[in-house]
Ligand binder design. Structure first.
Ligand SMILES: [Mn+2]
Length: 306
């Protein structure tokens, strides 16, 4: 038995490339390969496996005395426990070369592209094989996840071609609509109360005689952020006295657009924000190019309040 396994804290690429490459090895009749995982699934990957009806890979607690194929990593620190006591047969990766050592020559395929799943797709293609629909769906999801649906600077034409071919096999009609659905399912905001969202990443500051708090929430989904803008505005105004500050700010940051909307509460908070961010649109505090609380938000707020 050969286990195909990705890194600890597995993401969608680590899980779906393991599933895809195990399927490829089995299709090539190269012994019996099985997908494994080195940690708990995240919500995004859980959605993907359920969506395509893919089985959850077996959890491998220790790699001691096991035969392994590593996907999506090649560093000991990221690998399943006891990786140094395992026999590593192959590595497929798209990261820099790390510190995994082997006793014998191995098949080691590393490409500077957006996703390991793209390499898995190439293995199928180069051997005139086609993954089944569910596996193709998983591989396509991995590419969309790693490349932020082709928006990441790490994305190459090879990744996009692979994802589009895999989407066809998987029956994904609108690739961007599917990506949106997947990112939404994977959002860490799902199921959290307004209070939990405000305090997920919250810091207090003092400027002159004013104490203010700034929270930040990031998302890739503009619909999710638009909804949050409404719910958080009413929550922050209703609960304002509970928070022990003179002004309350919350940055709703859209990672894909590299912009933030600022939700404010407290007397003078809106005037302060408008003075600090003179380019902000009049009806809502939409801050183009602003993603860093530390570098782009706290300094101008502090300057106005001091
Ligand atoms: Mn990856």
């Amino acid at each position: 038995m050969t286990y195909v396994i990705g890194h600890k804290n597995p993401d969608t690429d680590s899980i779906c490339s393991a599933i895809g490459y195990a399927a490829f090895k089995n299709a090539m009749n190269a012994g019996s390969a099985q997908a494994a995982r080195a940690g708990e699934l995240n919500p995004e990957t859980t959605f993907v496996l359920e969506h395509f009806g893919l089985p959850v890979p077996e959890y491998l607690e220790s790699a001691a005395d096991k035969d392994l194929i590593l996907v999506d990593h090649n560093e000991v620190a990221q690998a399943v426990d006891d990786v140094n006591d395992a026999r590593i047969l192959e590595i497929l990766d798209h990261h820099k070369i790390g510190d995994i050592q082997t006793a014998e020559p191995i098949y080691f395929r590393a490409m500077p592209i957006g996703c390991t799943a793209t390499i898995v797709y190439l293995c199928f293609k180069e051997n005139d094989l086609t993954p089944d629909a569910a596996t193709a769906g998983g591989l396509c999801s991995a590419i969309l996840s790693d490349t932020l649906a082709f928006r990441s600077p790490t994305c190459t034409p090879l990744d996009q071609e692979a994802a589009e071919a895999l989407a066809k096999i998987a029956g994904i009609e609108d690739i961007q609509a599917y990506a949106k659905q997947m990112f939404k399912a994977g959002s860490e905001l799902a199921g959290k109360s307004p209070k939990e969202i405000l305090y997920m990443d919250f810091k207090k500051f003092t400027a002159g005689s004013t104490t203010y708090g700034v929270g930040q929430v990031t998302s890739m989904d503009e619909d999710e952020l638009a909804e949050l803008s409404k719910t958080m505005t009413s929550y922050m105004n209703e609960s304002f006295s509970e928070h022990g500050v003179d002004m309350l700010f919350l940055l709703l940051t859209n990672i894909l657009e590299e912009s933030s909307e600022l939700v404010v509460a407290g007397e003078g908070a809106e005037e302060t924000a408008k003075k600090a961010f003179t380019s902000a649109e009049a009806d809502r505090l939409y801050l183009k190019g602003v993603v860093s609380r530390k570098k782009q938000v706290v300094p101008p707020l502090t300057e106005v309040l001091s």
